[in-house]
Write a protein that binds this ligand. Structure first.
Ligand code: ATP
Ligand code: MG
Length: 250
């Protein structure tokens, strides 16, 4: 189970289960809980570009924890987030990750703009929901519903559930960013199923996984600053943190 009031207490960190590009996931003495440590490492373009963003782990953990709470409270979508035992670290409900990355797009940008040969920034009406296969080796290829079902990555019912959840997550998170003068251009989320089979929002929501444009200046305040060598990367992540968590006005 997840959610406020059911926080685990006094867990011990167990063996490393998985080291990803942005986080390390450890087992704990409870099989239903994982211990996640956020890293400062940054990768882009399917890990062909690598670097570090000083302080990113702590900042992204705090942003993600905040947004997971918003998703639960305002969006009514259950999440894996349980609590933050130390800066940059999270206790989360262990899930089996659905191998479908869910991308929500309000404007064309990045690989989507390149794929269709349209200008970055072009508004998308309706909001686009895309599936990509979660596979670094294959470069996370996009797929449609039939492909996901035919290849056994998700059932039709699961895809419908993912689409509804993605819209609810989007409404909650885009609304929260809007309050602090940030436009949510696009984002990627991952879902998983807990031991009882319940679908939970998992992984993270942070400037690593969202495109965020400052409403006043149009400047990106996200990983595009790292991808495109725009400078001010650490400052951008800290600014998103400041606006969401320090009650700072934009
Ligand atoms: N609650 C959870 N239970 C189990 N695994 C999780 C949970 N939340 C996130 N993960 C997984 O933890 C791994 C580490 O996260 P990280 O963001 O570092 O991965 P990544 O380098 O982006 O790699 P990947 O391509 O596997 O997503 C990811 O595979 C992610 O799907
Ligand atoms: Mg990741």
């Amino acid at each position: 189970m997840s959610g406020a009031g059911q926080e685990p207490q006094g867990l011990r960190k167990g063996p490393l289960r998985y080291e990803g590009k942005a986080k390390r996931v450890y087992e704990t003495d409870r099989p239903d809980v994982h211990w996640v440590v956020y890293k400062d490492d940054a990768t882009a373009f399917n890990a062909r570009k690598r670097g570090t963003i000083a302080g990113k782990g702590i900042v992204n953990e705090a942003i993600s924890a905040h947004l997971m709470r918003i998703v639960q409270e305002r969006g009514g979508v259950s999440t894996h987030y349980l609590s933050t035992p130390a800066p940059g670290e999270q206790w989360v409900t262990a899930v089996d990750i659905v191998p479908v990355e869910v991308i929500v797009r309000h404007r064309a940008a990045g690989s989507f703009a390149a794929r269709y040969g349209v200008a970055a920034g072009r508004p998308l009406e309706p909001t686009v929901i895309e599936w990509c296969l979660k596979s670094d080796e294959l470069g996370d290829p996009p797929m449609n519903d039939a492909t996901a079902v035919a290849l056994g990555f998700a059932s039709d019912a699961r895809l419908a559930e993912l689409r509804d959840a993605a819209h609810a997550v989007d409404a909650a998170v885009a609304g929260r960013f809007d309050e602090v003068g940030l436009e949510l251009v696009d984002f990627k989320v991952e879902f998983g199923t807990d031991a009882s089979g319940t679908l939970l929002l998992a992984d993270e929501i942070s400037p690593d996984t969202c495109r965020l444009w400052d409403r006043a200046s149009g400047e990106p305040l996200d990983k595009d600053r790292f991808r495109q060598d725009l400078g001010g990367v650490e400052e951008a992540y800290r600014e998103v943190h400041r606006r969401l968590l320090e009650g700072a006005s934009p």
